[in-house]
Design a protein around this ligand. Sequence first.
Ligand code: ADP
Ligand code: MG
Length: 629
Amino acid sequence: MSDQKQNFSADVARLLDIVAHALYTNHDVFLRELISNAADACDRLRYDAIAKPELISDNANFRIHIYKDSDARTLTITDNGVGMSKAELADHLGTIAKSGTAKLMEKMSKAKDNADQLKLIGQFGVGFYASYMVADTVTVISRKAGGKAVWAWESDGRSGFTVRKPTKDEEAKLDGERGTAITLHIKDEGADFLLDEKIKQTVQQYSDHIDVKIFLSTPQETEEGEGQPINSASAIWTRPKNEITKEQYTEFYKHLTAGFDEPLVTSHWKAEGVIQFTALLFIPTLRPWDLYDPSRKHSVRLYVRRVFITDDLAELMYPWLRFVRGVIDSEDLPLNISRETLQYNPILNKIRSSVAKRVLSDLDKLARDDAPGFLAFWGQFGAALKEGLYDAPEHREAIFKVCRFLSTHGDGEKFVSLDEYVERMSDDQDEIYYISGEDAQVLKNSPQLEGFKAREREVLFFTDTIDDFWLQNVHDYKGKTFKSITKGDIDLGDDEDSQDEEKKDEANNSPLISAIGDVLKDEVDSVRFSKRLTDSPVCLVAPESGVDMHMERVLKIHQNYAGETKPILEINKNHALIKTLESLSANDDAFKDAAWLLLDQARIIQGQPVKDLGAFTRRMSAFLEKSLK
Ligand code: ADP
Ligand code: MG
């Protein structure tokens, strides 16, 4: 028999437990969630009806009704949207299918305390289950559009749910031939919501922009001509900008994102050239938890002439703009086209490119008008944006314009733009120097930087993993080559050796160089005197033809790169230690041990492992012993 009680899936049971116990502050959101589901259901049927108009032949006006029964202490929300079949009632309301909520549960299990859980719930939204913040029993009556059977789903939100045949009275709650009626039996905590004023105010606060009319009455009363909608029921993006308040934009943003942050940038415009569309896009303040999850998609909804089409069309936005939220409403795309074939429509590429241009120019404007706001953006989303440097060469220049990097300029704590860097370059410098690594604070102490600091040559710190990827494809900015200071030879301009090739060769033929080279020949490509060291005795650099050291490490982690570039050991001939070494005999054990220790020291400061820890400690102890005697 169908009346049998079914259990919630384990994650729903846990979620319900959390909703009942942790969420006691903001009850209002349950109404927002139910209205948002009702509006989604209308959107979906509106779309289905393009291909099958008979689905809405009984009533083409989509609408939502909210009404109370004070005696029974119930609140009912109806919609004449797509409805749910018996199986869908059990699936959609008894299990968590949505990846977002599933991920929420996973995070919840790791949350430290209640406050932490609350924060997470704020980030994800609990959807339908928010009903149990104010209700002790919820009954959902539904008929799938085009279907015959009506089913009732019922649960106290604790011990599981039942799907059964509805009573005649229950069936009468539906608005016409289709859709859903959700009746909440209100508990004491939710008594406010049995007041019309409270409902009205909550709807206006959270759901004014929903483009389905919401009535504060029963569907029958509306039929008799009573009731005005309590929301403005027009798609917010179709309204003139100057009639929309900041609060309304923010509420719409929250509706789209179930987010707890405020938009950092709100951008609302109409493209009226060859292609026509309206866009209302937001850049969030905070990074969503799954920004770097490879399965994450962008979150922009596509409408065609006010009809919701999909929020799942990968081709609508570039992946490097996947943090942008909002709505794009096209005038040109055909309505009667399946979601599957939409992706091949050339209009889509034009929209994507035009939107990207706009977002990048908005960011550039933000950088000029609100520097702290821009830096907040950069901290959250800069690394994602930089993926565009290799992904979309046609937007590269505009992306570079808003890229910021830490550098050795000033106190080394400020983010600088490439234009600022280029502006500061001296006349004889034609390359943009950088060093890449995980952490700017560590990079600051790199021995390879010494010569640059001494000569006041600015060096950029590239500290995002993505930097090592775009650097493989992008070689210059405005004709200035990017040059790693840990790779190849460096010409700092004022070195007399570099002006005299013969002298340089002579220097690198010195007995000291070849003696150290002999000792370390299996580990290093070569040994040479350094032009970049001033204080440290040694450092490692990658050969000109090889892969830069940090890049090699990144490639090994992310792309199964198997190559092994032997580094060059550079030594500082002005360093006291190196001078002492010069006076030792190359056959001396102390000389050999010193050569090995210098190599290991260079590896350590580079963040690389010491290969033979046993030998390293033995040599170290021998030296300590001698010097402490
Ligand atoms: P979400 O809306 O984020 O998917 P919810 O918990 O709010 O998550 O709803 C779960 C699912 O239940 C929805 O995805 C939808 O399939 C179904 N659903 C909820 N309310 C309705 C409704 N009024 N009409 C049709 N389907 C609904
Ligand atoms: Mg929902």
